[in-house]
Ligand binder design. Structure first.
Ligand code: PGA
Length: 251
């Protein structure tokens, strides 16, 4: 059985005190919950403070990005080892904003995935099509290409450690959520892609999150789909009650 996994992607939001307050609020509410994995991914400059705020709680720490090199002259970048040092368990890689605003390619994301796993971080790898790609009927081709490129060269054991977040770009931050059936169709396709490259037991064990305008009001319906194992939540993860409302939909 796959354990539900809800992660909050705070993006470039909060400040030092609001980040700590939000983390403390989530950790406090999470204390009473069982049967779900939780993570919050603050801006990198607040990882340390947020990590302290959730230490010993049921909430894990995640980063929003990293660089694949171990160390050296890479101004402005953070390594997987640095994120581990800060207490991160997870790292989001290949988010659509990094793909489409910051120009990240599947090849670059693939290097990051390998570096994260080598350092003991669990990657949350994002895939998803643009509206134009969906309208042209190319959704599954885009997902296959992103899977092949971003997750190239992983052993079955490594694949088992990866979380894949399906985030249709047209649903991110737009309030336009995919229907449960649209999301389930892509999740099922992803599971078939994994089974084809590895085997059905790996495919059955990998956790697949949906992301894109997940709110307390639509979470339960999405999370009830057989191949949707969790959510990657942006906007609604910035409010304790909304984030926990989504978590409730997984229980
Ligand atoms: P959203 O963002 O929930 O604000 O749509 C999701 C994401 O980008 O991870």
């Amino acid at each position: 059985m796959r354990r539900p996994f809800i992660a909050g992607n705070w993006k470039m939001n909060t400040n030092r005190s609001s980040a700590v307050a939000l983390a403390e609020g989530v950790a406090k509410q999470a204390a009473a919950l069982d049967g779900v994995d939780l993570a919050i991914c603050p801006p990198s400059c607040y990882l340390d403070a947020v990590g302290r705020a959730i230490a010993g709680s049921k909430v894990a720490l995640g980063a929003q990005n990293m660089y694949h090199e171990k160390d050296g002259a890479f101004t402005g970048e953070l390594s997987a080892a640095m994120l581990r040092d800060l207490g991160c368990k997870y790292v989001i890689l290949g988010h659509s904003e990094r793909r489409h605003i910051l120009g990240e390619t599947d090849a670059a994301i693939n290097k990051k995935v390998h570096a994260a796993l080598a350092a003991g971080l669990l990657p949350i790898v994002c895939v998803g099509e643009l509206l134009s790609e969906r309208e042209a009927g190319h959704t599954l081709t885009v997902i296959q290409t992103q899977f092949d490129g971003s997750l190239a060269g992983l052993s079955a054991e490594q694949m088992g450690k990866v979380v894949i977040a399906y985030e249709p770009v047209w649903a991110i931050g737009t309030g336009k959520v995919a229907t449960p059936q649209q999301a389930e169709d892509v999740h099922l396709a992803l599971r078939k892609i994994i089974a084809k490259r590895y085997n059905s037991s790996i495919a059955d064990s990998v956790r697949l999150q949906y992301g894109g305008s997940v709110k307390p009001g639509n979470a339960a319906e999405l999370l009830k789909q057989p191949d949707i194992d969790g959510a990657l939540v942006g906007g609604a993860s910035l409010k304790v009650d909304q984030f926990l409302g989504i978590v409730a939909g997984a229980l």
